[in-house]
Design a protein around this ligand. Structure first.
Ligand code: ADP
Ligand code: MG
Length: 568
């Protein structure tokens, strides 16, 4: 329908808008990063569709992103000549949230703004972040391939609803026009916008251009020229040399590919040559996404072929148990028209998957085995967020099972908390004399595991037991029956032979009693100085209070009689 229509936002969009505007204000500059990120995605999508349909380019082959501002109108406009949106796409992409698990996510929000703000980061803010600085956003778009008359104008004040109408739009792609809120005028400056772009969007591989600004001597002010200048480096970040990339650029690129809000834990960046030639830039997030357990969630790896974007969520490039990994694989060998079906069969993809899996495991080992506290803490964070997923690998990835087993962390009777921080190697290093097995107990939760009656004899003998309470544990244990030659055994299994193990608990109790009585013993020694050679606390007796013993070296009944005579 060509006439203007007013439609309501999906309930979750309204919630997101409310929450975001208030909780992200201190971080408001990120709106530009998000909108440029979308423009870059739109260019990627056009390039991909154009592989089989060059006509989509029309006479406009040079993909770019333009950022402009208008002081008088108080607007900032982000324009791209990417894939664009049809009317229906504008309605579904800008009026609803397409992510699966959205309802559940919003159900979890507490109403506490600070807590919810952290969650929003996990969810990803995207297009709506424009409303942090704008009280009205106008989107004018035309999808590649549609005629100029089939453009769409989408407009909203970011409250309950938005309007859509058909417009004439000459160029393909999308203009996002932000009508700034009162008090945001500092954004209406070349200098300010350029510095935000360089900070957050330098990694974008397309040119981001702005009109040149020059000092006008007559007007005594800066004026905008028609000439354009490119603000960013405009080359694919992963194709640059590692030494030319700053940590901040790596972090911002991560936020772009992952739609995450906070920096990653760590990354690995390599150019691989050999059986297959490809570049990998892989990240481990600091926080599990809200939909980690959702089987339909979009995956983390973008596939490029010779810098051309091919697809998001190329799940063939990474085993399922590493589905939390984000980043880019750029292959030099795959054909541009590769499909998901071809990926499934491809030998190149198999090589890439194996190589990437090893890299990710290596990246985790580096954190897990590090001496620096910072890296150790990172591994602890990783384990809390993704440990349960990594456990799936023990059953799924036979080739890397041993390396994965070393990365496992468990709660244990050796600790006083439910923190999972004991490795199997640590356990083995602490094993008792005569112990040749790794003992564990499984239960629904930590408290139940810790209080299992099966543990009593192990406590008494001072034998450590791992406390396993994750749902995946029983399944994992069916694959992990031994580690470095030591059998993993449930303490609940019958017929455990613990005879050889020293009774540690008793030993400890004895030491404590000795300490408690040492003053008394000293006084008795003094009192009996000429009658007894020594006075000791004993544990031989169960009913009698005291007895006399012969010295180990003095087999003497004399002493015995002498003491008896003294009334003992
Ligand atoms: P995300 O980028 O994580 O998908 P956003 O909220 O940033 O989420 O954007 C929502 C959707 O709106 C995008 O997935 C895309 O389909 C559409 N969109 C946003 N900006 C553009 C654009 N400049 N060109 C084409 N489509 C866009
Ligand atoms: Mg986005």
């Amino acid at each position: 329908a060509p006439e203007k229509q007013t439609l309501g936002f999906q309930a979750e969009v309204k919630q997101l808008l409310q929450l975001m505007i208030h909780s992200l204000y201190s971080n408001k500059e990120i709106f530009l990063r998000e909108l440029i990120s979308n423009a870059s995605d739109a260019a990627d999508k056009l390039r991909f569709e154009a592989i089989n349909n060059d006509a989509l380019y029309g006479n406009d082959h040079e993909l770019k992103i333009k950022v402009a501002f208008d002081k008088a109108a108080r607007t900032i406009t982000i324009s791209d000549n990417g894939i664009g949106m049809s009317r229906d796409e504008a309605i579904s992409h800008l009026g609803t949230i397409a992510k699966s698990g959205t309802k559940e996510f919003f159900g979890k929000l507490s109403g506490d703004q600070q807590k919810d703000a952290a969650l929003i980061g996990q969810f990803g803010v995207g297009f709506y972040s424009g409303f942090i600085v704008a009280d009205k956003i106008t989107v004018e778009s035309r999808r590649a391939g549609l005629p100029a008359a089939e453009g769409v104008r989408w407009e909203s004040g970011g409250e309950g609803d938005y309007s859509v109408e058909q417009i004439e739009k000459t160029g393909r792609g999308t203009d996002i026009i932000l009508h700034l809120r009162e008090g945001e005028d500092e954004l209406l400056s070349s200098w300010k916008l350029k510095s935000i772009i360089r900070k957050y969007s330098d990694h974008i591989s397309l040119p981001i251009v702005m009109q040149k600004e020059e000092w006008d001597e007559e007007k005594k002010e800066t004026v905008l020229k028609d000439e354009l200048e490119t603000i960013n480096q405009a080359s694919a970040l992963w194709a640059r040399n590692k030494s030319d990339i700053t940590p901040e650029q790596y972090d911002e690129f991560y936020k772009h590919v992952s739609h995450d809000f906070q920096p990653p834990l760590t990354h690995t960046h390599n150019r691989v040559e050999g059986r297959s030639e490809y570049t990998q830039l892989l990240y481990i997030p600091a926080k599990a996404p809200f939909d980690l357990w959702d089987r339909n969630k979009r995956g983390g790896l973008k596939l490029y072929v010779k810098r051309v974007f091919i697809m998001d969520d190329a799940e063939q490039l990474m085993p399922t148990y590493l589905r939390f990994v984000k980043g880019v694989i750029d292959s030099a060998d795959l054909p541009l028209n590769v499909s998901r079906e071809i990926l499934q069969e491809s030998r190149d993809v198999k090589v890439i998957r194996e190589g990437s899996t090893k890299r990710v495991i290596g990246m985790l080992e580096e954190l897990a085995n590090a001496d620096e506290q910072e890296k150790k803490d990172k591994y602890a964070t990783f384990w809390t967020e993704f440990g349960q997923v990594l456990k799936e690998g023990v059953g799924e990835d036979m080739a890397n099972k041993d390396r994965l087993a070393k990365l496992l962390r468990f709660a244990s009777t050796a600790n006083d908390s439910d923190e999972q921080n004991v490795s199997l190697e640590q356990y083995i290093a602490r094993m008792k004399e005569g112990q040749d097995k790794i003992y564990y107990v499984t239960a629904d939760n930590y408290v139940a595991a810790k209080n299992s009656p099966h543990l009593e004899i192990f406590r008494k003998k001072g034998v450590e037991v791992l406390l396993l309470t994750d749902r995946v544990d029983e399944w994992m244990l069916s694959f992990l029956t031994e580690f470095e030659g030591k059998e993993l055994v449930s303490v609940a299994k019958g017929g455990l032979d613990l005879g050889q193990l020293e009774d540690e608990a008793e030993k400890k109790e004895h030491e404590e009693t000795e300490t408690a009585y040492q003053d008394l013993v000293a006084k008795m020694k003094e009192a009996l100085a000429d009658k007894a050679k020594d006075v000791r606390v004993t544990f031989r007796l169960t009913d009698s209070p005291a007895c006399l013993v012969a010295d180990e070296h003095e087999l003497s009944g004399n002493l015995l009689r002498m003491l008896k005579a003294a009334g003992q």
